[in-house]
Design a protein around this ligand. Sequence first.
Ligand code: GCO
Ligand code: MG
Length: 408
Amino acid sequence: MSETVRIKDIQVILTAPNGIRLVVVKVLTDQPGLYGLGCATFTQRALTVASAINDYLRPFAIGWDVDRIEDFYQAAYVSSYWRSGPVLNNALSGVDQALWDIKGKRAGMPLYQLFGGKCREAVPVYTHAHGHDEHELAENAAAIMERGFRYVRVQMSVPGLSTYGSLSPVTAQALNRNQTRTWEPTPYVRRVPAMLDFLRNKLGEDVELLHDVHERIPPIQGVWLAKAVEPYRLFFLEDLFAPEDISYFRMVREQTSTPLAMGELFVNQAEYVPLMRDQLIDFIRVHISDIGGLSMARKLAAFGEFLGIRTAFHGPGDVSPVGHAANMHLDLAISNFGIQELALFPEETKAVFPGCPEVRDGALWANDKPGLGIDVDEKLAAQYPFPEDAINGAWPEIRRLDGTVIKP
Ligand code: GCO
Ligand code: MG
């Protein structure tokens, strides 16, 4: 029996390549040279996650047997008594993913092997097309398809309104965050079916199109929209409702077969249960670090398998490449894999994280290094400090024309 290896220290790496605040946890062990990495990225409250780790989880974890991942999860989860939520779950995820990374390294196997081995050679992904009108959007989508992607998320501007996902990430990032952003649901809702009609005529029936409503419209307009887009055969329609309005899913389910994806905003595994138990959604959009890490994500995926529900783990630019690697290892090893979101890695981000999963032919490919198979260049990471901004990455409000604040 190999001797017990214990957690010796936990470090938080805050880095913002490409201007996106990322939180990566490094768990050091008492075996020289053996450490693990985990993603704890909650970009709008990154400093709070760092404190939750440095001030609470680190002292709690030091001395822990690295083999006891589930035991650590259960103990750490209730160590705050009031538990769950994005801050505590991200902190917990950073350590949880790092412990899985360490277990893979100790076993000398890529993590997907410990999860049961490959169910597929690589992980098909969708990435993001945007446009200020249907022509530009169709052009961007066609260019993505040219590069071998079979799944494309399509988001289009509504003139004069701050429309989610319709700008390139760089443009969106550069927008002066202090500008009041305005939104009206009805012009958007009226535009989406026409957008999809145009895209289907331009791009054909084979490409899998996805669309993210981003919780931006009154629920009853979501019911209308889900029915109106049914003829265009979306792969899924995402965040049709806010987490606070999930009771509307039952109403939609009885009226249309448009596939529904939900969950990136869920921060307690219990939020998924009613939607999954009653098969009211088709894809779980788990932001793995918001749900506490790989240990919890594996359970949610397994629960979904019994109910015909597939995975569609969250994979935007504000998941670190360590988090994308964690997504990929679990994606490879589950039978009810649906699709993986991937905001393509900018070159400078890839440089900070050697071993970043390869993107080829519209899929993510794992290397065969043990554990997560990814590392962090801490010197280079330090060259990308968090941007200076008065609200530290929080999102300023979006308002209706009458000034009402809406969900972003
Ligand atoms: C998606 C998400 C993201 C979130 C972002 C929040 O589907 O990828 O909606 O774009 O808005 O991750 O920080
Ligand atoms: Mg989304």
